[in-house]
Write a protein that binds this ligand. Structure first.
Ligand code: 13P
Length: 255
């Protein structure tokens, strides 16, 4: 039985003050939830304050990216160890916005995943096809390439403990979510591949999250699919009440 996993990706939204105020409200709203792994990823500058704000709660904090080197002359970058020291327990890696707007490759993703694991952070590894790729019926082959290269060289135990987020690029920020059947097809494929490459136990334990226009109203339908273990939420997570509703709709008893 996989524990549902729901993560907020705030992207480049919310100041430190806004982060702390949100988490105060949100902490109250989800205080009774003990059966969902809940993660919030603020911009880098808010990570430390966020980690302080959720101390003694079940909410974990994530970075939205990292650099694979431990330290060095990499202006503007942040290492896994720095994120960890600031209080993060997770890190999002390979988001499609990083891939399309900042030239991130599958090889970069692989280095970042290894750096994160080496520092004791849990990676949330994002994969997903563009609209053009879907229309050309390349969805599953794109997922295969992103997963094979992105997770290359990892142990079964590592894969079992991380999360993969399936985020079809055409569903991000568009208000057009994948149907639950489209999500289930991609998620089942991802899990089959993980089982094939890393063993049945790793494939069965790895949480596969859906991302792309998740809202309180469509969460239950999506997470009721057998291989959809939770959500990675952008826009709707900026509102504490809406994100708390998404968490509530993901609870195992509610599905
Ligand atoms: P939206 O929920 O705004 O579509 O964003 C999804 C996303 O990119 C989460 O990482």
């Amino acid at each position: 039985m996989r524990t549902p996993f729901v993560a907020a990706n705030w992207k480049m939204y919310k100041t430190v003050a806004e982060t702390v105020a949100y988490l105060r409200d949100f902490g109250t709203l989800v205080s009774a939830v003990d059966d969902v792994e809940i993660v919030v990823a603020p911009p880098f500058v808010g990570v430390h304050a966020a980690a302080e704000a959720v101390r003694d709660t079940r909410v974990g904090i994530a970075g939205q990216d990292l650099h694979w080197e431990r330290e060095g002359a990499f202006t503007g970058e942040i290492s896994a160890g720095m994120l960890k020291e600031a209080g993060a327990r997770y890190v999002i890696i390979g988001h499609s916005e990083r891939r399309t707007k900042f030239g991130e490759t599958d090889e970069h993703v692989n280095r970042k995943v290894k750096a994160a694991v080496g520092a004791g952070l849990t990676p949330i590894v994002c994969v997903g096809e563009t609209l053009e790729e879907r229309e050309r019926e390349q969805t599953l082959s794109v997922l295969d390439r992103q997963l094979r290269l992105g997770l290359d060289g990892l142990s079964a135990d590592t894969v079992a403990a991380l999360a993969v987020a399936y985020e079809p690029v055409w569903a991000i920020g568009t208000g057009r979510n994948a149907t639950s059947a489209q999500a289930q097809e991609a998620h089942a494929h991802i899990r089959d591949r993980l089982r094939e490459w890393f063993g049945a136990e790793a494939g069965d334990s790895c949480r596969v999250l859906y991302g792309g226009s998740v809202k309180p109203a469509n969460t239950r339908e999506l997470v009721s699919q057998a291989d959809v273990d939770g959500a990675l939420v952008g826009g709707a997570s900026l509102d504490a009440k809406a994100f708390a509703e998404i968490v509530a709709a993901s609870r195992p008893g509610r599905i």
